[in-house]
Ligand binder design. Structure first.
Ligand code: KIV
Length: 264
């Protein structure tokens, strides 16, 4: 049966962890989907892993639309989440127009990076039938404001603010929250505080779901390997089995382990 937003809500209610992975083409989408991954993310990380840029900022709408349509053809029942690229949701009008394009290309949900300033946009999208994932914490489109790729929410004031933002965005209509690079205790507090499913990357084992960039979990990271990355191909004999191992280890919460987690 196809995964929908209701499936993710049921996982949260039952306390069962679910998995997400990026894919950018039909072949990987099929492999990932057939391995039992619940959510496929067409991440703007493609700007780095496919295009070789040093950030996600150069990625365009046309590029995400193209990769979303490729993924949709290979997908075998996972929920397809497409990233809205940098500045494609700078105004509510732009967000509506661009989200519509991604949904027409085959997305079931769009993902936006930001905080409370996105409330009106999320409300407008949600009211018009576009499910939304709100990405908080280390939001790579803000790398120039952060001054680098740094763990977010480390002090109590920042942690409280992130909890407040997550609650406000869910209230505005966000169906899913994604937390990137936040201390595990904070991610656990946010997961408890919101009714929406929470997906983590570098956010510890207590979120409702986990996501990784597929290149990273297959050991294809070029440059510095982030702490939260595990090479699942090193334990198995094929890409398919590596992805199955990821699904299994997320499900039984053996991934992420302590060594992949930021404690504070
Ligand atoms: O672009 C992406 O792949 C992402 C994940 C790192 C969550 O946003």
């Amino acid at each position: 049966m196809a995964v929908t937003i209701n499936t993710l809500r049921e996982y949260k209610q039952k306390g069962e962890a679910f998995s997400a992975l990026t894919s950018y083409d039909a072949t990987f989408a099929q492999i990932v989907s057939e391995a039992g991954v619940d959510v496929i993310l067409i991440g703007d990380s493609l700007g780095m892993v496919l295009q070789g840029n040093d950030s996600t900022l150069p990625v365009t709408m046309d590029e995400i639309v193209y990769h979303t349509s490729c993924v949709a053809k290979g997908n075998r029942g996972s929920l397809i989440m497409a990233d809205m690229p940098f500045m494609s949701y700078g105004t509510v009008e732009a967000a509506l127009e661009n989200a519509a394009e991604l949904m027409r290309a085959g997305a079931h949900m769009v993902k936006l990076e930001g905080t409370d300033w996105m409330k009106d946009t999320i409300e407008a999208l949600s009211e018009r039938g576009v499910p939304v994932c709100a990405h908080l914490g280390l939001t790579p489109q803000f790398v120039n404001k952060f001054g680098g790729y740094k763990v977010q929410g480390r002090d109590e004031k920042a942690a409280e603010l992130m909890i407040e933002h997550a609650c406000e965005l869910v209230e505005a209509g966000a169906d899913v929250i994604l937390l990137e690079c936040v201390p595990a205790p904070l991610a656990a507090r946010i997961t408890q505080a919101v009714r929406a499913p929470v997906i983590g990357i570098g956010a510890g084992a207590d979120t409702d779901g986990q996501v990784l960039v597929v290149h990273d979990m297959l050991g294809l990271t070029t440059g510095r390997k982030p702490r939260f990355v595990k090479n699942f191909l090193a334990e198995t004999d094929s890409v398919q089995n590596a992805i199955k191992a990821y699904v299994e280890q997320v499900r039984n919460r053996t991934f992420p382990a302590e060594e992949h987690t930021f404690k504070a």
